[in-house]
Design a protein around this ligand. Structure first.
Ligand code: PMP
Length: 372
């Protein structure tokens, strides 16, 4: 509609990949391998499921508008005060709101090439202009990973906000704590840096550390996390941000009053109380991530380094996107969903969620038929 703001008229909606509902209908009753959306194949903690059931009776009531219990549990986990925590309807909601609050029309927003797609949508929806910093080259130790120096030099006096995911989706790449501290030292105090740590729980690289340790000393830093990935609660939509209490207080002014529903609040709090399940999920993912990457490399495919629950895999040379579209379509016909990457300008790659052992075995078997 021409009635929409100019930035929004140019916007493309978030692309969830394939039509999963149609896919499930087509293969009803058969074993499907859904590895397109970075969902957790192990499911949530039994304690979280039980907590959800406990909320059904009172679902005629509004949820706690402050989410106090969950905030206190998160504060204890991260060693911060509850006033440093903001809850969201998934971290996606919070990522959108940061642009709205800190970067309006006329402001510039910086993200990296191959940064998560939501950052561009958030910037444009807020009426701001997105500037994309170049990423590492393919011959770098971290191919297509974020180049923090390039991001720093893309910041100008009109930049209000920087989005960085660590590790990043869709590349799976990451950067270390020392590099990030050096980057923050270069960022002006009037630029908000949003570090999206949606996949943090899956990381085992020793040089990585959460940006949370810099929150105390940097009032212009915010870290976002989610219950959708390692905690396997994607369907209940709970995310959170941690920052200086002054910054959180500003965000609370624009937050929708009941943005996190009662089932989500209860499930997230219960999930935090089940460390054993989390550790089990993370260990299974690390083991399957390593074996799947090795199996794909053994088939001659280039697998980008990953500290997440997914792998970005190069199936053809750039320019041969048609071949990858054929592979993707043939896998769909075999009941296997992966994520096409054309929207990121990576049409020669597919992103594969690390499944459980059965899913990965089936993926590799179908892939062998398709690539034969
Ligand atoms: N950040 C990153 C990097 C993601 O990959 C995702 C989910 N794909 C999100 C944020 C949003 O997750 P949610 O809204 O479910 O918390």
């Amino acid at each position: 509609s021409s009635l929409a703001q100019p930035g929004i008229q140019r916007l493309r909606a978030y692309d969830p990949g394939h039509d999963l509902v149609a896919f499930r209908r087509r293969f009803e009753g058969r074993f499907l391998v859904e590895l397109g959306s970075n969902e957790n194949p192990y499911g949530p903690s039994a304690k979280a499921k039980e907590a959800v059931l406990g909320t059904i009776h009172d679902s005629f009531r509004y949820p706690d508008p402050l989410g106090g219990d969950l905030k206190r549990a998160l504060a204890a986990k991260h060693g911060v005060e509850a006033a440093s925590i903001l809850l969201g309807n998934g971290s996606h909601e919070l990522l959108m709101q940061f642009a709205q609050v800190f970067a309006g029309p006329g402001a510039d927003v910086v993200a990296s090439k191959y940064g998560f797609a939501v950052y561009a949508i958030a910037a444009q929806a807020a009426g701001a202009t997105l500037h994309v910093a170049p990423c590492n080259a393919d011959d770098h130790a971290m191919p297509r990973g974020h180049d923090l120096d390039a991001i720093a030099v893309t910041i100008t006096p009109t930049t209000r906000l920087v989005y960085i995911a660590n590790p990043n989706n869709p590349t799976g790449t990451w950067f270390g704590a020392d590099a990030f501290a050096a980057f923050m030292a270069k960022v002006p105090a009037d630029v908000l840096v949003v570090v999206d740590e949606a996949y943090a729980e899956f990381v085992d690289a020793p040089e990585w550390a959460s940006a949370l340790s810099l929150i105390q000393t940097h009032p212009n830093l915010v870290v976002t996390r989610t219950f959708s990935k390692a905690y396997a609660l994607a369907g209940l939509r709970v995310g959170y941000a941690i920052a200086h209490p002054g910054l959180i207080a500003v965000m609370e002014r624009v937050r929708e009053s009941f943005n996190v529903n009662s089932a989500g609040l209860a499930a997230a709090e219960a999930a935090l109380g089940d460390d054993e399940h989390l550790r089990w999920v993370v260990a299974r993912n690390a083991e399957q991530r390593a074996s799947l990457a090795e199996a794909l490399r053994a088939r001659g495919l280039m697998v980008f380094p990953s500290q997440t629950s997914f792998l970005l895999v190069k199936f053809a040379e750039p320019g041969d996107e048609a071949r990858v579209a054929r592979i993707d379509a043939a896998l769909i016909d075999a009941g296997v969903v992966l994520r096409p990457m054309g929207g990121y300008g990576l049409g020669h790659c597919l992103r594969i969620t690390v499944g459980n052992a059965d899913e990965n075995r089936r993926l590799l078997a179908e892939l062998d038929k398709v690539l034969a």
